[in-house]
Design a protein around this ligand. Sequence first.
Ligand code: KG4
Ligand code: ZN
Length: 342
Amino acid sequence: KHEPLVLGIETSCDETGVGIVRGHTLLADAVASSVEEHARFGGVVPEVASRAHLEAMVPTIERACDTAGIALRDVDAIAVTSGPGLAGALLVGVAAAKALALGLGKPIYGVNHLAAHVAVDQLEHGPLPEPCLALLVSGGHSSLLRITDVTVGVDPMGATIDDAAGEAFDKVARLLGLPFPGGPHIDRAARDGDSVAIDFPRGLSSRRDLERHRFDFSFSGLKTAVARWVEARERSGEPVPVNDVAASFQEAVCDVLVRKALDAASSEGIEDLLIGGGVAANSRLRAMAEERASRLGIRVRVPRPGLCTDNGAMVAALGAEMVARGRTPSALDLPADSSLPV
Ligand code: KG4
Ligand code: ZN
């Protein structure tokens, strides 16, 4: 059977990703990141991201083809993230994908970035269990999604009402004087800390909040609580126990994420939980999810960290699945849609 060879392009945020897959097999995953250009601003600057995508696009496509050992004309289809994401950044990827599709005479598939975060797991663990529940946590999104058919889309059950989980990690890291992006640094610092040293608040978890926001997240109150705690410590002249703050903060985030994800899965009778997005690399999140899920008979799938962060392989993986399932390609006037639901 001929497995589709698909090239995927991802530019929704600050990584220019070009991935190449054949069916469920990953052949290349080239990523150029502008994260260092954003570091001094403490967050992603849209204009800087768009320009960086433009500069990185052609070299990243070439690098992916070299790694995969293919020529562009070999591909069966082009897939591209059409949204959600930064409008200007998405436009660069969509324009590049259209140019390739038109020049090569191959079909183009516009894909949903969140669905791609889910589909990427096929490259590591084989066919996706459907239905499944996805917890997507990154610097740009924190969502609970129900997935019946990943090639059709995602059904949002809940999302953050303020900061994304990764954003909370980044902001708290900044408070603690750790570099951007802060997630990996908090993860590391927390290993030598006491996760019950400080009792930080669990957002949207009171009985009243649960009535309206059962599957939603809120991390800005937690961030403020950490800031107040650190300030009080500094005022008192005592040193800030960075490891304990990191561990206690991380515990609060992971506790809410895992509790709500498992509640959502149970309420839908879904037995497979998939965790994706940059924050899925968090060691505590993985361990806690596996431990609590196993008690409920729920299986957990987490792609390896390199596939969890934004990349082109996830877009190619979803594109290949669309080809395999006979989905109709997008039209060549496919728009970039920054406002797709998260
Ligand atoms: O998916 P991603 O690469 O880009 C988007 O934001 O879409 O996610 C990046 C986010 C950053 O906020 C980063 O701090 C966080 O993922 N992150 C982590 C870890 N590794 C990356 N957060 C917690 N623990 C980690 N080990
Ligand atoms: Zn993402």
